[in-house]
Design a protein around this ligand. Structure first.
Ligand SMILES: *[C@@H]1O[C@H](CO)[C@@H](O)[C@H](O)[C@H]1NC(C)=O
Ligand SMILES: *[C@@H]1O[C@H](CO)[C@@H](O)[C@H](O)[C@H]1NC(C)=O
Ligand SMILES: *[C@@H]1O[C@H](CO)[C@@H](O)[C@H](O)[C@H]1NC(C)=O
Ligand SMILES: *[C@@H]1O[C@H](CO)[C@@H](O)[C@H](O)[C@H]1NC(C)=O
Ligand SMILES: *[C@@H]1O[C@H](CO)[C@@H](O)[C@H](O)[C@H]1NC(C)=O
Length: 379
C-alpha cells in the first residue's frame, strides 16, 4: 500500500514536471511569437501557412477621407489632393525583393558602396546603360560596389502588367531591382526613399556607404570610391551626408511649379538644409539614423528636402561636395564642347545625361590616351 502510494506520488510528480515543462515550452513559443508580432508592427496581418510558418503582409492602405476637410482642399491640384489622401500610407506589398543582395545582414559590411538608383518601370534604357557603365557591380580599388534599382509601378491594367513584366525579366537576368506596389509618381518619391531605407535596415544594415540618386545622372563611381576611402572615418560608422548643398530656401508656393507645395502640405515657409536629390553620398550610419527619424516625421512629397528634415531632427547637417553638380556643369564658354570628357574626369556626379551620352562619356573618361590640360579640369 505504502509502495503504491509512493509510486503514485512519484508518477503525479513526474507528470506535473512534464506538464510544467510543456507549459514552459508553450510560454516560450508565445513569447517568441509575440516578439515577432511587435517587431513586424501591429498593423500587419499574419497568415499561417501549411508548413507551420507565417507570412506577413500589409493590408491595403485606405484613403484618408478627412483630408478633404482641410481648408482650401477643393482648389488644390489633383496630384496634391491625391498626396494628401494617401500621405499616411507607408507600407506596400513588395513585388520584387533582393534579400541576399548584400550577402545577408551580417555580411553586408563587405559592401563598400551601395548604388541606390531610383528608377521608374518604363526607364528600361537607362537601367541597361547604367549596368554597363558607372553602376557596374565590381571590385574597385579593392572594395565592392553593388547596385540596386528602386521602383514602384506605373500605369494601370494591361500597361501596368506589361511594365511589371519588364522588371521581372530584368530581375531574372541581373538581380538588381526592388519593387513595391505603389504608383511611381513624383510626389511618391519620398515614400520610395523610406521603403528603401526600411529594406536596408533589414537586409543590408552594414553597407559602408551609399550613393542615393536618379537614373539620369552621370556618376563617376571610381572617383567616389577614392574619395570615400580617403576619409578619416572610411568604414561608414560615422556621419556623412554630402552632395550639392541647398540652403535658405523654402516651399515654392506657385501652383504651376513641379515642386509646388501649398500651405496645406507644409505651413512653414522654410526648408532645412539639404542636398539636391539627383545624387548624394551618405554613410551607412547616417542612412539608418535617417530611417529612424523618418518613423516620426510626416511625409513631405519632396524627397531630398525630407532627407534634410530627418537629418535636422537627428541634429546632423548635410555638407557640400564641390564634385557633385546636380544643377549641371558650368562650361566657361559656349564655343567649348560641353561634353569634353576632361570636364567629367574629376567630378563625382553631374545631372543630367541621356543614355547614349552616358555610354560614350564613361568610355571616354576611361580612355588611357585621354589628355587633359589644367584649364579643362574642374573641381
Ligand atoms: C513555408 O511556405 C511558404 C509558402 O506557403 C514559403 O514561402 C516558405 O518558404 C515555407 N517555409 C519553410 C520553412 O519551408
Ligand atoms: C468633415 O467635416 C465635417 C464638418 O466639420 C464633419 O461633419 C465631417 O464628419 C468631416 N468628415 C470627416 C471624414 O472627417
Ligand atoms: C487624415 O487627415 C486629417 C486632416 O489632414 C488629419 O488630421 C488626420 O491625422 C489624417 N489621418 C491619418 C490617419 O493620417
Ligand atoms: C502613391 O501611391 C499610392 C499607392 O499606389 C497611390 O494611391 C497614391 O495616389 C500615390 N500618391 C501620389 C501623390 O501619386
Ligand atoms: C531611434 O530614435 C529613437 C528616438 O526617436 C531613439 O530612442 C532610438 O535609440 C533610435 N534607435 C536607433 C537604432 O538609432
Amino acid at each position: 500500500m505504502r509502495n503504491i502510494r509512493a509510486k503514485t506520488f512519484l508518477m503525479v510528480g513526474a507528470l506535473g514536471l512534464l506538464v510544467l515543462h510543456l507549459c514552459k515550452d508553450f510560454i516560450d513559443h508565445k513569447t517568441i511569437r509575440l516578439h515577432v508580432d511587435v517587431r513586424e508592427n501591429n498593423n500587419q496581418i499574419r497568415k499561417p501557412t501549411k508548413n507551420n510558418s507565417y507570412v506577413f503582409f500589409w493590408p491595403k492602405c485606405q484613403q484618408n477621407i478627412s483630408a478633404a476637410n482641410i481648408s482650401g482642399f477643393s482648389s488644390l491640384p489633383i496630384p496634391i489632393k491625391d498626396f494628401l489622401y494617401y500621405r499616411h500610407c507607408r507600407h506596400f506589398p513588395m513585388l520584387l525583393d533582393l534579400p541576399d543582395k548584400c550577402g545577408g545582414a551580417d555580411k553586408s559590411a563587405d559592401v563598400f558602396l551601395l548604388l541606390v538608383i531610383k528608377s521608374s518601370p518604363g526607364n528600361y534604357d537607362r537601367r541597361e546603360v547604367l549596368r554597363k557603365t558607372w553602376a557596374k557591380e565590381r571590385l574597385h580599388n579593392g572594395v565592392w560596389i553593388r547596385r540596386i534599382f528602386v521602383s514602384g509601378t506605373s500605369g494601370s491594367g494591361f500597361e501596368k502588367e506589361r511594365l511589371n513584366k519588364i522588371l521581372e525579366l530584368e530581375q531574372q537576368e541581373y538581380h538588381d531591382i526592388l519593387q513595391w506596389d505603389f504608383s511611381d509618381t513624383f510626389y511618391n518619391l519620398t515614400l520610395k526613399q523610406i521603403l528603401f531605407l526600411e529594406w536596408m535596415e533589414r537586409n543590408c544594415p552594414n553597407a559602408r556607404f551609399l550613393l542615393n540618386g536618379d537614373d539620369d545622372v552621370f556618376a563617376n563611381t571610381d572617383n567616389m570610391v577614392v574619395y570615400l576611402q580617403s576619409l578619416k572615418d572610411n568604414d561608414g560608422s560615422k556621419h556623412l551626408f554630402t552632395g550639392h548643398l541647398i540652403q535658405n530656401v523654402g516651399p515654392i508656393r506657385s501652383s504651376g511649379s513641379k515642386y509646388y507645395i501649398p500651405v496645406q502640405v507644409q505651413e512653414s515657409n522654410s526648408y532645412p538644409s539639404y542636398c539636391g536629390g539627383g545624387g548624394f553620398l551618405l554613410s551607412g550610419y547616417t542612412a539608418l539614423v535617417i530611417y529612424n527619424m523618418s518613423l516620426s516625421i510626416t511625409i513631405l512629397p519632396i524627397d531630398d528636402v525630407y532627407m534634410g528634415m530627418c537629418l535636422a531632427k537627428a541634429g546632423l547637417s548635410p555638407s557640400s561636395h564641390m564634385g557633385v553638380k546636380t544643377a549641371g556643369l558650368y562650361i566657361p564658354s559656349s564655343t567649348l564642347d560641353g561634353y569634353d570628357p576632361c570636364y567629367y574626369k574629376d567630378v563625382l556626379l553631374v545631372h543630367r545625361f541621356l543614355p547614349h551620352q552616358m555610354y560614350l562619356m564613361w568610355h571616354r573618361i576611361h580612355d588611357p590616351t585621354l589628355k587633359c590640360s589644367p584649364s579643362t579640369k574642374r573641381h
